[in-house]
Design a protein. Structure first.
Lengths: 337, 249
């Protein structure tokens, strides 16, 4: 009898790492199944699935950027504003009649530059916490975006500029119907997430990002230039927000003052739901993707069922609290004190 | 033994100011091959500051460091690592979220090239970790275990393993047994003796006379940021060393 208990316990212990790693995917699969049961005709239809991916496309970029920052035990509140400013610059450059590749590249540089400003502020100005620097730039970048655009929407981009956010990859050669296309934004998400997965897990810089989150003084004592890595991380976060701007430009065909308003909170929420720890050093790219998907599917599913958006807020908030509570339990269980 | 062995590290006239505070004043220190130097002193005597100067974390306001007879200026811990000078910090300086192997090689990870990109060579990290842990007879379940899952003694062992993974010539340990359960202290002291036998010069900062008298060959005391007393271990006693710590000769 006792023997059996022991065996069961060790099975538990063996399962925990897998649960840690793939638990969030399990939640995602369960959600998909539940939505499918509730909306069997619509939810898993080609049209709706591609819709979900189109809806999460730009948020997924912000979330990935914020995730890297959170891994270093930092935070970036300015991603929504970076995206808005980059979008406005894109719109102005487009309006001025610049060639399409300039219009498409400008938001990426703008985003990178904004992120660089965050990184330099946090390290060189020695801000007590990234929260403060990025809270400042949250206002600064959005204000700048409104100043340069006069606070009014600017619309009308060429098809090339809109390709990443609006483009379709035709699949009729596979014998599928014309309506069964692949959104370019879906391919973009896959490529960007894969590249950053490789970067974070298989490069030295990526490993150092995790090390800084785990113990910054250990990283420093190991000869890692912590400030340099932080500047890289915030710059990349800005760059990803710039990609978000380019996608959003494609989706909406317009630069508008409210773009990305409060989306920094969605990005943080997706990271936390996806298992990133606010204490830093913990979380996976796959988890963030699952977090973004869970939020996207929840919104989509509740919309399909005509549930009020107020309930969406309540549900997403509850999931955040629950996800973090699971993290707390896990830390209690997995760490020797 | 000390006078016959090669001099590895020498600090001459080290002075360090923090604003108007003088943390160290004209401090000298020597350590030879295969020798263990114990550094004792009360809280605030300047032990940790001295060690941070030796590891390149602080720059001395005055004075110079000599490594194997040549003067060296350390700009960062990286510089001291290149010379073969390693530090084991009191707070262990390990990243708990990373596995043992990645901690040991943190900042110096082996890589392999695929095209023009450099990727971490996890297989090599694991092989080198296992070989190194075997050499030091450190037992852990697996090199993939996260450091936060280890006991205090195992963590200290990993920290020491980390400091010696790259052919260190001098290892500086700040209170190596302070955070440990009693039964783990002996293992760490054994490890220090093992390092000495391979020719490594060891500097141990400790409050614990048991540590000093079981591994050190020579002991020096700092008092209010200055050299206060120094002796070969066999020419002094615990009571005398405790007196030095309190500023009595």
């Amino acid at each position: 009898m006792e023997e059996k208990d022991k065996k069961q316990e060790s099975l538990y212990v063996k399962l925990i790492p897998y649960f840690e790693r793939y638990g969030i995917l399990l939640l995602l699969v369960i959600m998909i199944l539940v939505m499918h049961i509730l909306q069997p005709d619509v939810f898993l239809s080609w049209r709706n699935v591609t819709n979900v991916f189109k809806q999460i496309s730009w948020q997924s970029m912000l979330a990935l950027g914020v995730f890297m920052v959170i891994v270093t035990a930092g935070i970036d509140l300015s991603v929504g504003s970076i995206m808005m400013l980059s979008l406005m610059i894109l719109a102005i450059v487009a309006k001025a009649g610049a060639p399409w590749f300039v219009v498409a590249l400008v938001p990426l540089f703008a985003g990178l530059l904004c992120g660089l400003i965050n990184g330099l502020g946090i390290t060189l100005l020695r801000m007590p916490h990234p929260f403060i620097m990025t809270l400042g730039t949250l206002y600064i970048f959005r204000g700048t975006g409104n100043l340069i655009s006069g606070g009014t929407p600017i619309s009308g981009f060429t098809d090339e500029v809109r390709y990443l956010g609006h483009g379709r990859i035709d699949l009729t050669w596979l014998g599928l119907e014309k309506s069964q296309y692949l959104p370019v934004s879906l391919v973009l998400i896959a490529v960007v997430y894969f590249v950053f997965w490789i970067f974070l897990n298989h490069s030295r810089t990526g490993k150092w990002i995790y090390a800084i989150g785990g113990n910054p003084s250990a990283a420093r004592a190991s000869g890692i230039n912590v400030n340099k890595i932080l500047i890289i991380v915030y710059s990349l976060c800005g760059f990803l927000s710039g990609i978000g701007a380019l996608i959003l430009a494609g989706r909406t065909d317009s630069g508008y003052p409210n773009a990305g308003l409060q989306s920094e909170l969605d990005a943080i929420a997706a990271c936390i739901i996806g298992g990133a720890s606010f204490f830093g050093g913990r979380g996976t790219v796959l988890g963030v993707f699952a977090g973004v998907m869970i939020m996207g599917i929840l919104r989509n599913g509740l919309n399909l069922m005509d549930v009020s958006s107020f309930w969406q807020q309540v549900l997403i908030g509850s999931i955040i609290v629950l996800a973090v509570y699971v993290d707390v339990l896990r830390r209690d269980f997995g760490t020797r004190k | 033994m000390t006078s016959t062995n090669k001099l590895l590290l020498e600090a001459k006239g080290i002075t360090k100011y923090f604003g108007t505070i003088t943390a160290l004043e004209n401090v000298n220190l020597k350590v030879h091959e295969g020798e263990c130097l114990g550094v004792v002193g009360d809280n605030g005597a300047g032990k940790s500051t001295l060690m941070k100067v030796l590891s390149g974390l602080y720059k001395p306001s005055q004075g110079a460091l000599f490594f194997e007879g040549k003067e060296k200026v350390l700009e960062s811990p990286k510089d001291s690592q290149i010379l073969g000078l390693e530090m084991v910090y009191q707070d262990l300086a390990l990243a708990g979220n990373l596995p043992i192997g990645e901690n040991i090689f943190l900042g110096r990870e082996p890589t392999k090239n695929i095209g023009f990109l450099k990727f971490l060579d996890f297989k090599k990290i694991q092989e080198m970790t296992n070989a190194h842990l075997d050499k030091l007879k450190i037992n852990v379940k697996s090199a993939d275990q996260k450091v936060e899952e280890l006991s205090g003694g195992q963590r200290q062992a990993v920290a020491i393993a980390r400091s010696t993974a790259f052919n260190a010539k001098v290892v500086i340990m700040d209170e190596p047994t302070a955070a440990l359960a009693i039964k783990e202290v002996g293992k760490v002291l054994d490890l220090i003796n093992k390092l000495k036998s391979t020719g490594v010069g060891v500097i141990v900062i400790s409050h614990r006379m048991d540590d000093i008298f079981s591994v050190c060959d020579r002991v020096m005391a700092l008092f209010q940021g200055t050299n206060f007393a120094e002796a070969q271990l066999d020419k002094t006693s615990r009571d005398e060393v405790i007196g030095w710590i309190m500023g009595k000769k």
